[in-house]
Design a protein around this ligand. Structure first.
Ligand SMILES: [Zn+2]
Length: 716
């Protein structure tokens, strides 16, 4: 995940359009081109004294900029003159100066900030200096970092455990700019170390204080800061300093992280181009985060301790230094950087594991699209800015990743990789979007890819495919067979699709792609020997709608249903209390545990989550062998005692999708409610306490995209 300022950009656009279309030049929003921020912390008071100086563009007349909501300004200088200023809460227009108030449209801001108004007698670039104090005391206890929802995030906090300031805390003045240059000096207790965007320029101990300066050599849309009583360890990797800033309790994890990070840095430097910074820091946080910034990542303690993070998310965050943190996203034209980062990291690691793992990953994306995206929440990739729900993640990360995959399938891996190098070389320090990427793919492949943007970036939805058998003939020598098939796509919009076709028979297999760009086209294939079946896209290379027969019941299909109801068959009180916390954690919302009587209602528009039903639904029971003391799933026997089982199912009692939870371990239920969303792609889960000991998918045996070809004997 990346920090983005798009919410602010929207806010500014509203005000700005007011000054364009309202009465002339009511007030202009300052454009800050550079910052040199000096932070001095008073930890017990949870306060920072901040001096920022740099360059800004101002206009003659009234100007305004944004600052932290509780900032106490002691000085503001524009050019070499002290200027008078007025402040007003962004959420209270009655406080705005009379002179500009009438000409400003209503201001809507997410997150309260302070508007600072001042008058200038000149227009143009000017040096500025501002000095202020502010308290940063966002509570951190109730934050959780969710895979699906972004919310409840901490903007700024100063505690004994450490200090964290994100641009959303407005800890430096912000205006209308999209990119500016950032340099930051932190004056912190000597026992602390700091980390901010870019390179560490200097670090000095002065008495009982440590003073450190950070500079980002590229312009950026913000600057993040963190400092805490860290243990620091670093290694050199080809002249790049790889560092871990961990808490004392987690120093045993440092070597593993240093080795993995160094590996990613050299891998991506070789693939794309030299790593664009002098160092990379993995920093630990005392509340949940999973952010990637220029030259560092900030991982919450729980996340950092998860064993699989080094093999997945860490590489993703490192790769963001190429995609997103040095080649920037032009948010007005759509965020492409999650697509290229997921494709080059998360997906690539699956591919390194095996073809089958990569295939399962692609199919999982199509299943998530089925689970989480519907007509009501679908939107074009172009409109993706950052993930705010499972649905937006499915589109902006995963559908968009599949677009990269389809382009690589179309043009080949050589030109695909060359385009990555070209984009990095050409656009470092610039904001780009899909147009620049497509132009690069066209340049390196020499192919016309003009169909990509209209159908995949600017359009919602996905194509549905169909196959029909028309007929077949056998050659005189009986060695060849001609097969006629009709391929069609449904839906209002036509797609240009390169469809893989797979023939199978006793004489082997044959794979051949065809291009379908009409509603229905007949194709003739010549196959050697006898083929007994043909299937469209069996390996899920296309972003398309799955048939329900292709989808096994999985956990995420149930989680994707807006309304879930939690139903208990258990009569044990403590057990139901634990199930109550389980349900709140799973739904990330307040919930009510109900009794099984609600299932008899006529309305079946919700997904039931059942605790300890006395009998399993038939279609689940058919896949399991159960006794009083154990359950056998796919030939593995699990004891019931101390275990919790989660089963996803379909079509029961009028409900389309449901979950069954069988548990003989109530203490683990609340934690399992948090863990289960991480296992969304599975049909069944087995936990011993809160530790996952079994997981898998029910088998799917049929697909309407596979048809049998009746072998014809004789040559007539
Ligand atoms: Zn990301």
């Amino acid at each position: 995940m990346m920090f983005t300022r798009y919410l602010f950009v929207i806010t500014f656009a509203i005000i700005f359009s007011g000054s364009l279309f309202g009465l002339a030049e009511a007030a202009t929003i300052v454009d800050f081109t550079s910052h040199d921020i000096h932070l001095e912390f008073d930890v017990p008071a949870q306060e920072a004294t901040i001096i920022d100086q740099g360059e800004a563009a101002v206009q003659a007349g009234w100007n305004l900029f944004y600052l932290n909501a509780n900032a106490k300004i002691s000085m503001l200088k524009i050019g070499d003159k002290l200027v008078e200023y007025r402040v007003a809460s962004s959420s209270d227009t009655t406080q705005f100066p009379m002179e500009v108030k009438a000409d400003l449209p209503p201001i809507e801001t997410d997150g309260e900030s302070l508007l600072v108004f001042f008058e200038s007698d000149v227009s143009g670039k000017a040096l500025f200096v501002i000095e202020f104090k502010a308290q940063f005391a966002d509570p951190v206890e109730n934050t959780r970092f969710s895979r699906e929802k972004v919310g409840n995030e901490v903007n700024g906090t100063i505690l004994e455990k450490g200090a964290y300031l994100s641009p959303s805390a407005f800890y430096y003045p912000m205006g209308d700019e999209t990119l500016s240059h950032f340099c930051l000096t932190a004056d912190i207790p000597v026992a602390w170390h700091s980390v901010a965007d870019g390179n560490l320029v200097s670090s000095d101990v002065v008495g009982d204080r440590r003073v450190e300066t950070w500079e980002n050599t590229y312009k950026n849309d913000g600057c993040m800061f963190m400092a805490a009583p860290y243990v620091v360890r670093s290694v050199d990797q080809d002249g790049i300093e790889v560092a871990c800033y961990f808490f004392e309790a987690d120093t045993a994890l440092m070597d593993g992280y240093l080795e993995a990070t160094a590996g990613y840095l050299s891998m991506y430097s070789e693939k794309i181009g030299p790593y664009p910074f002098e160092r990379f820091t993995v920093a630990e946080n005392f509340f949940p985060t999973g952010y990637g910034m220029p030259a560092w990542t900030l991982l919450g303690q729980q996340v950092l301790r998860l064993p699989f993070i080094k093999a997945t998310s860490l590489g993703h965050e490192v790769l963001h230094n190429w995609w997103g943190n040095s080649v920037y996203v032009d948010y007005e034209r759509g965020n492409w950087c999650e697509a290229t980062t997921v494709y080059g990291a998360d997906y690539q690691y699956k591919l390194n594991e095996s073809e089958d793992a990569a295939k399962a990953y692609r199919k999982n994306i199509l299943k998530e699209y089925d689970s989480y995206v519907n007509e009501g929440n679908d939107f074009p990739i172009r409109e993706f800015t950052s993930r705010s729900s499972a649905g937006s993640r499915t589109i902006g990360y995963n559908k968009a990743m599949m677009v990269c995959h389809m382009i690589e399938q179309e043009i080949g891996s050589g030109p695909f990789r060359a385009a990555g190098r070209l984009v990095f070389e050409k656009y470092k320090g610039q904001q780009i979007s899909w147009e620049e990427w497509i132009a690069a793919f066209e340049e390196t492949s020499g192919q016309d890819l003009s169909w990509v943007i209209p159908q995949w970036i600017d359009r919602t939805g996905a194509p549905s495919l169909k196959i029909e058998f028309i007929g077949s003939t056998i050659s005189e020598d009986h060695l060849h067979k001609k097969i006629r098939l009709a391929l069609s796509q449904e839906g209002p919009d036509l797609y240009h699709l390169k469809i893989p076709i797979h023939f199978e028979g006793e004489d082997g297999v044959m794979d051949t792609p065809v291009v379908l760009d009409s509603e229905r086209t007949e194709f003739e294939f010549e196959v050697i020997g006898i083929s007994s079946s043909v299937e469209l896209d069996p390996d899920y290379h296309l972003f398309r709608r799955l048939y329900s027969e292709e989808i096994e019941p999985i956990v995420s299909a149930v989680l994707g249903i807006e309304q879930k109801r939690f139903v208990t068959y258990d009569t044990n009180k403590p057990f139901n209390a634990a199930f109550q916390s389980f349900s709140e954690n799973l739904a990330e919302d307040s919930t009510v545990v109900e009794e099984s009587i609600v299932l008899d209602s006529e309305v079946k528009d919700f997904a039931p989550v059942l605790l300890n039903p006395p009998d399993l639904p038939d279609n689940l029971a058919a896949m399991l062998t159960t006794t009083d003391s154990s359950i056998i799933i796919n030939d593995t026997e699990y004891l019931r005692a101390g275990h919790t089982f989660v089963f996803a199912g379909r079509n029961w009692n009028g409900f389309d999708k449901y979950l069954v939870v069988l548990s003989e371990n109530s203490e683990s239920l609340p934690r399992l409610g948090q863990l289960i969303p991480h296992y969304g792609k599975y049909s069944y889960l087995v936990f011993k306490g809160a530790r996952n000991v079994g997981k898998g998918q029910w088998a799917v045996t049929e697909s309407p995209l596979e048809i049998g070809l009746i072998p014809i004997r004789g040559g007539h």
